[in-house]
Design a protein around this ligand. Sequence first.
Ligand SMILES: NC(=O)c1ccc[n+]([C@@H]2O[C@H](COP(=O)([O-])OP(=O)(O)OC[C@H]3O[C@@H](n4cnc5c(N)ncnc54)[C@H](O)[C@@H]3O)[C@@H](O)[C@H]2O)c1
Length: 376
Amino acid sequence: MRTAAPGCPVCRHVNFCYLPPVPPKKKIAVIPGDGIGKEVIPQAVKVLEASGAALDLTYFDWGADRYLKDGTTVPADGFAMLGRDFDAILVGAFGDPRVSSNVHAKEILLGMRFKMDLYANVRPVRLLDPSLCPLKGIEPKDVDFVVFRENTEGVYTDAGGVFKQGTADEVAIQEDINTRKGVERIIRYAYEYCAHNKKVDGSPRSRVLMCDKSNAMTHAGSLWQRAFKTVGAEYPQIKSDHMYVDALCMQLVRDPRAFDVIVTNNMFGDIITDVAAALQGGLGMAASGNIHPAKTSMFEPVHGSAPPLAGKNIANPMGAMLTSAMMLAHLGFSDAAQKIEAAVLDAVRQKKTTQDVGGTLGTKEVTEWIAKKLGS
Ligand SMILES: NC(=O)c1ccc[n+]([C@@H]2O[C@H](COP(=O)([O-])OP(=O)(O)OC[C@H]3O[C@@H](n4cnc5c(N)ncnc54)[C@H](O)[C@@H]3O)[C@@H](O)[C@H]2O)c1
C-alpha cells in the first residue's frame, strides 16, 4: 500500500492511498554524444516519452564538445556511477573530425563496454519492408536473425605495440585476446537467446551458427571451436553450425534466409553487422544493445556519428528508435517496446521516412509522425 500524508492527491484519502502501488520509474542515463547522435537521440527520447513507459531520464554531455572544452572524456567515477545509479544507458554515437585521435570515443564507448563488462553486443537484423532490402525477391520473413558479438575482448582491447615507429623497420603488433571465460559466456548467451526467443513470425528459433576464421587464426580459432562444442552440447535441441567469416559474408548477400542466431568475436561481429545492416535498409535502421545480464546495460544505434550528415535534419532516427524499443524490452516494458516497433513499421510502410530509406521527410518530421501515431 502506498502511504501519503496529509492525503493522496489521486484518491484523496486522508492517510493512505488505496490505489495499487506505482512501480518506480526506470532510471535512464542518456548520452547523445557527437554528430548525428545529438540529433537522433532527442528524437528517440520523444518516441520513448510517447510510448508511455515510466522513465526518469538524466542527460550527460560526454562527447567531443566536452572533451574540447575541458579535456574530460569520462568524469572520475563515471562508469561506476552509471552502473550504480541507472537501470540502462541510451547512447548516440561518438566521433568528431575535430578530435583526430578519436580518444574520447575510445574512452567513452570502449570504456563503457570493457569497464562495465557489457560482454554481449546484441544486434538484431530484421527487414521491416521489402522495399528496404537491396536484394531481389527478399521478404521480411527472410531477414530475421540476431548477431551476438563478443564485446570485451578480441583485437579491440588495444593490446600490442609499435617498435621503431616512423622508420623503414617499423613493426606494429595488434594482439587478438580470447579468454575461455569470455568466449564461453558469449556463446552460452547466444544459445540461451535461441532457446528462449521466437522469430518475428512466431516460429521458434532453432539454430546457432558460430563464425570464425579458425583455418587461418588457429590458436584463437581452436579455443572458439572447443568452447562452441562444449556449450552446444548443453543444448541438444538446438542445431549447431559453423562458417568461416568470409564464406558467411558471401552467404549473407546471397541468401540471408540461411541465418537465425550468429555468434562471433568482436571484430567479425563489427564487420558482419554492417553488411547485415545493408539488408535492413542501411545503418540508419540498425539497433543494438551492449548487455551484461546482471548489470546496467547500454543501448545504441549501430551507426556512427556520420559527420557529413550532422546538423542537416536528414539523419534517419529509426535505428535510434528501434534501439530505444530494445532498451524498453530489456527493462520489462514489452508493450511499450512493441508499440514503438509497430509505429516505426507503419512509418516505413507509408514512406514517412528520411531519404536514405526512400522517403522525403526530415529527421524531426519522421519523429512527429511516429510520436503522433503512438499517441493515437
Ligand atoms: N558506435 C559509435 O559511436 C560509432 C560507430 C561507428 C563509427 N563511429 C564513428 O563515427 C564517425 C563516422 O564513421 P563512419 O562514417 O565510418 O560511419 P557512420 O555510421 O557514421 O556513417 C557511415 C555512412 O552511413 C550512413 N548513415 C549512418 N547513419 C545514418 C543515419 N542515421 N541516417 C542516414 N544515413 C546514415 C551515411 O551515409 C554515412 O555516411 C567516425 O568518427 C567513427 O569513428 C562511431
